[in-house]
Design a protein around this ligand. Structure first.
Ligand code: ATP
Ligand code: MG
Length: 441
């Protein structure tokens, strides 16, 4: 296996100082998969103080030194270098009670979660693969190192990591690992919300996400209990062929792998089981499910300690997921005003995926409608139209000069903006001032 020059240099520095050292974990796995690793982790027999001595001339981060990690920064790229270690007992399903440094790589590799993550690469490029990780890569399998139930018992997050890696690499879980996931997932309750969120978002954005959500709904609904009623929920509506969960999974598969879009689709119909009504013909309806879904989304994302920007974006998109969209100029301007260009473009994609995922619409029609919306929006934006107060040819100061005061200024401005967007007034200073004088003074 080929190592990047800087990684080779770091390994050589360590071996020249008399220590053994390897590139390890995700970077080895990704390279063997033909992917470009996003970072290179290194492990070594050098103890933390010895590491500091070897890299005394480098810019370093020492925050992880208690756990054996020195981060060396070269050319603005961080390299985490960690002393071989083994974990002590786990009593809380999330952290080892202690870690001890050891001088053998085989011990360090055996504490790692999955065989594909437990390979190392020596300075000369030879892969050290004690648990047949390469074979599992070839067979597209996620398999625990050691006894799956025991490994999940130690650290419950590994349950979710197993599903994450299966989704991201589009792999299957090896049989005993899968059985242990099904038996052990309730222990995920012990894990910090931030760590859950990180793994869950990666899982949702993987190419195998739909397959995993179908195969392990109990794990996902354990993390987000509000989604539990969706599983197996028959919509009893001729426009919907699938249960809420199957529709959700299909809709999620139908949007690009972006965290906001995937979270939006996961949550967009979560309110349906809570809003079902039946008409005289026995057909079911879900009036107001958009708002209930948005409330559920807000609660779910808060429980995952999602950052505010992502949370607000997803809640907005969930609430608007089936809002009326058309190529009508005035309607598009109103939508631009309410959502902004970025979110409006996402709503086009959400609409398309949502429609196709009903199982009753012609995918080609939904696709075509989305392209029409995009083309209409492109054409409209090319005109540099006015759709925010910032674009308006008059501002608050202008209206104050006319004699308007306090709240009346804001009311007049937004009324003028409405008229400009409706096309009943041109966005020209004189015309706007004239109108303001006549109607709002
Ligand atoms: P990514 O591409 O997402 O960074 P990664 O495999 O590098 O994937 P990290 O979370 O960065 O994943 O962890 C680095 C390595 O540390 C893993 O490859 C694995 O060997 C080990 N590891 C990480 N988390 C755990 C865990 N919870 N239990 C056991 N080993 C773990
Ligand atoms: Mg990593």
């Amino acid at each position: 296996m080929r190592l990047p020059p800087e990684v080779s240099r770091i390994l050589s520095q360590l071996t020249a100082a008399g220590y053994s050292a390897y590139a390890v974990g995700g970077c080895v796995r990704d390279t063997l998969l033909g992917r470009v690793p996003h970072d290179w982790d290194i492990c070594t027999s050098a103890l933390p103080e010895q590491l500091q001595a070897v890299f005394a001339a480098d810019r370093t981060v020492t925050a992880g030194l208690k756990h054996g990690t020195l981060t060396v920064i070269r050319d603005h790229i961080p390299y985490e270098i960690t002393t071989y270690r083994i974990d002590g007992d786990y009593t809380d399903h999330r952290h080892p009670d202690s870690v001890s440094f050891v001088d053998r790589i085989d011990l360090d590799l055996s504490r790692r979660d999955f065989t594909v993550n437990a390979m190392a690469c020596s300075p000369d490029g030879a892969v050290l693969d004690l648990f047949c990780g390469q074979q599992d890569l070839d067979k597209h399998l996620i398999r625990c190192v050691g006894e799956p139930a025991a490994r999940f018992e130690e650290d419950a997050l590994r349950v979710l990591r197993a599903l994450r890696f299966a989704s991201v690499f589009d792999f299957e879980l090896e049989e005993k690992t899968a059985a242990a996931v099904r038996a052990m997932y309730p222990t995920l309750s012990h894990v910090a919300a931030e760590r859950i969120r990180e793994e869950l978002v990666k899982l949702l954005c993987g190419p195998g996400a739909g397959r995993i959500l179908r195969a392990y709904p109990e794990v996902i609904t354990h993390l987000l209990p509000e989604l539990a009623p969706a599983v197996g929920f028959d919509q009893k509506n001729p426009h919907h062929l699938y249960t809420v969960w199957e529709h959700t999974v299909r809709a999620l598969e139908g949007v690009p792998p972006d965290p906001a879009l995937r979270l939006t689709m996961l949550l967009h119909d979560s309110g349906k089981p809570y809003t079902q009504t039946t008409d005289e013909k026995g057909i079911c309806h879900y009036k107001g499910h958009q708002q209930v879904s948005a409330q559920i989304a807000a609660r779910a994302l808060d429980s995952l300690r999602c950052d505010k920007a992502l949370r607000d974006k997803v809640v907005c998109l969930v609430e608007a997921h089936d809002i009326l969209l058309s190529t009508d100029r005035r309607l598009l301007l109103r939508r631009l005003n309410r959502f902004g260009e970025e979110n409006l473009r996402l709503l086009f994609l959400i609409h398309k995926a949502d429609r196709i995922a009903t199982g009753t619409r012609h995918p080609g029609h939904a696709e075509e409608h989305c392209l029409e919306l995009q083309a209409a929006l492109d054409a409209l934006l090319a005109e540099k139209p006015c759709f925010t107060l910032k674009d308006l040819a008059v501002n608050g100061r202008d209206l104050t000069s006319l004699g308007l005061r306090g709240k009346a200024v804001g009311t007049a401005l937004s009324a003028l903006l409405d008229e400009v967007m409706e096309g009943t007034l041109p966005n020209e200073r004189e015309a706007l001032l004239e109108k303001a004088k006549k109607e709002y003074l």
